[in-house]
Design a protein around this ligand. Structure first.
Ligand SMILES: [Zn+2]
Length: 281
């Protein structure tokens, strides 16, 4: 059976911490590197429901995409929600490893899994990492559909390819506009509109699109926008990370058992369809 330190090394090779943004907090958050690991749970968010799921699964390690702590803290007291997570993990002998922007920038990374989930063939990164001589790593991905299709069909394809959330999928643009070449960015992608325009795509799939960036992007250029829940755009990566770790486990004969969390940890839990148009009276 591998030690936590062995699994940590394997994950560090798949998603090198050096590839993370300077503001990020990735790597081992808690756990004893000397502990043995038999079961690993993959999840987007290090929240209590996920930690409880890990305990029920009998996991010794949770791998999450989002950090538990991004900035310094002065307490892990169990009456804070993050401290409760830390206490549960430590008491139950479960380690936590975060692979965040290092997983975004990896090849394959978070946006590769998103592109694949919606049926795109990836042709390269949206923003290439200058330190990668092969030009494959970077932020976001550019991909192509096998054949052009109207935006209405493309939005339905995105909705069908991602795990369901209350938000659903929103689209901006003429529903008949043809879509073939697409930029994708798992998570919040509304700071990359300049690169999306430069990429010459028909549509951009990402999450967390706010009013002003989205409105200005639509005024700037006829690029359709497709907005899904942040959690849903990153969840496909969990399967990719799971298979990558299982391949390492097989190579070393570790016999790891793994599971991808099915808890929908998107904070939005309901969607009320609206029924009246604005009027002057
Ligand atoms: Zn995210």
């Amino acid at each position: 059976m591998p030690k936590l330190s062995d699994v940590r090394r394997a994950l560090d090779e798949l998603y090198p911490p050096a590839w993370a943004e300077s503001w990020d907090a990735v790597g081992l958050v808690c756990g004893d590197p000397e502990d043995e690991v038999a079961r690993v749970l993959f999840a987007v968010d290090p929240v209590q429901a996920v930690v409880d799921e890990a305990v029920a699964f009998g996991a010794q390690l949770v791998v999450t995409h989002h950090p538990l702590y991004l900035r310094g803290t002065t307490t892990v007291a169990a009456d804070t929600f993050k401290g409760r997570v830390v206490h549960t993990l430590v008491r139950q002998g479960v380690g936590l490893i975060v692979a965040h922007t290092n997983a975004d920038h990896a090849d394959p990374g978070v946006s590769d899994a998103l592109a694949e989930a919606v049926g795109l063939r990836v042709t390269g990164p949206l923003i290439p990492d200058p330190t990668d001589p092969a030009g494959r790593r970077g932020t976001g991905r550019i991909g192509e559909l096998p054949a052009p299709e109207p935006l209405s069909a493309f939005a339905a394809r995105v909705a069908a390819g991602l795990p369901a959330t209350a938000q659903g999928v929103r689209a901006a643009g003429d529903p008949d506009r043809l879509v073939r070449r697409v930029a994708v960015c798992g998570g919040s992608g509304d700071s990359f509109f300049a690169e999306v325009r430069a990429a010459g795509v028909d549509a951009y799939v990402t999450a967390d699109l706010r009013h002003h960036p989205a409105s200005e992007a639509r005024e700037h250029a006829d690029i359709a926008l497709v907005d899904a829940a942040h959690w849903a755009t990153e969840w496909p990566w969990l399967r990719s990370a799971e298979s990558a770790l299982l391949a390492v486990s097989e190579k070393h004969g570790w016999g790891l058992e793994t599971r991808v969390s099915t808890h929908v940890t998107d904070p939005w839990t309901a969607h009320a369809p609206m029924s009246f148009a604005p009027t002057t009276a």
